[in-house]
Design a protein around this ligand. Structure first.
Ligand code: ZN
Length: 316
């Protein structure tokens, strides 16, 4: 049987990555171009269409389902990238309509977090699941909620902001203007903040990250120090796992999913993060859900996850 294909396009503030994705999740060809070089919407659309055309030549032997576009603030209901602070030239551009007219293929637009959830459903660990949640740890904390194999969009297309549920009343100030959101504890910057708080509370820290300025810290550096036994770095991941497990236990009370998948850069810390996350999750889970929900790492390969997620948006 001939394979079906989809084009996945991940639009970022710096680069736009495109891939031709086979129905089994194999990314057969990749291309990219600089988003920042496209100073107007017209030049961006021209570049997007010509690059897509090159990829389409590789799909001759199968049926092309369509084009999925993942972008920060991509709205699947309007088909636009809304209020794109990193992509001002694309703000409120009706990408779906423009590309469907130019390329004569179905086009779907969605945000990064929705793309991650659908990527997991179509190509990853949720192929056989009905209800699941994906949580992406990165600059922020994104999430996608799938119920009955349908992505939860909400009335205005912006459902599923687990990262901005309040975890700590009067906690750390969040980029959203409120305090104590999950994002301020479980994102890359949240992990660094936890390390800094612990370091500031210690008189005698002389560990591996002693000379590293606050603004030079990354979860990767802290994970490397933890792996070499740095007590403060280990404590940072224990604290992060505590918060993340608590957040996941709250998610279960609302959604009762079969699984929660975690993804994003900080999850590369592996058991440093996952062991305390599982413990906190078990400690805080409402008893009626015990043993019913698993937390695991994404099954999508890290370097293709964004393109696979974008391609999966065509299944919205
Ligand atoms: Zn917030």
């Amino acid at each position: 049987m001939a394979h079906t294909f989809a084009i996945g396009i991940d639009i970022g503030g710096t680069n736009t990555d495109l891939g031709l994705v086979r129905s089994d999740g194999e990314c057969l060809a990749r291309l990219n171009f600089s988003t920042t070089d496209c100073t107007s919407a017209d030049t961006f659309v021209d570049k997007l269409c010509s690059t897509t055309g090159i990829l389409l030549k590789d799909s001759d032997s199968g049926v092309l389902q369509g084009i999925g576009i993942g972008a920060p603030n991509g709205n699947s209901l309007t088909g636009c990238i809304e209020e794109a602070s990193n992509l001002p030239q694309l703000s409120n551009l009706p990408l779906k309509r423009i590309l469907e007219e130019r390329l004569h293929l179905p086009v779907a637009v969605g945000n990064d977090a929705n793309a991650a959830a659908l990527g997991e459903m179509v190509y990853g660990g949720a192929k056989d699941l009905q209800d699941f949640v994906t949580i992406t740890l990165g600059t922020g904390v994104g999430s996608g909620i799938v119920i009955g194999r349908r992505l939860l969009l909400g009335v205005h297309g912006n459902a599923g902001e687990v990262g901005h549920s309040i975890l700590v009343p009067d906690g750390r100030p969040c980029s959203c203007g409120r305090r104590g959101c999950v994002e301020e504890y479980a994102s890359a910057r949240g992990i660094c903040k936890t390390f800094i708080e612990l370091r500031n509370a210690t008189d005698s820290y002389n560990g591996m990250l002693d000379g590293i300025a606050d603004n030079q810290l990354t979860p990767k550096l802290i994970a490397e120090a933890a792996q070499q036994g740095d007590a403060l770095s280990i404590a940072t991941f224990e604290r992060t796992g505590y918060y993340l497990g608590l957040a996941c236990a709250n998610v279960v009370s609302h959604i009762a999913p079969q699984k929660i998948f975690l993804m994003g850069g900080p999850t590369q810390a592996g058991s440093l993060l996952m062991t305390p996350t599982h413990k906190s999750f078990d400690d805080n889970l409402l008893s009626i859900y015990k043993g019913q929900v698993e937390i695991e790492l994404t099954h999508l390969p890290a370097n293709d996850a964004a393109i696979l997620g974008a391609a999966a948006l065509i299944n919205l």
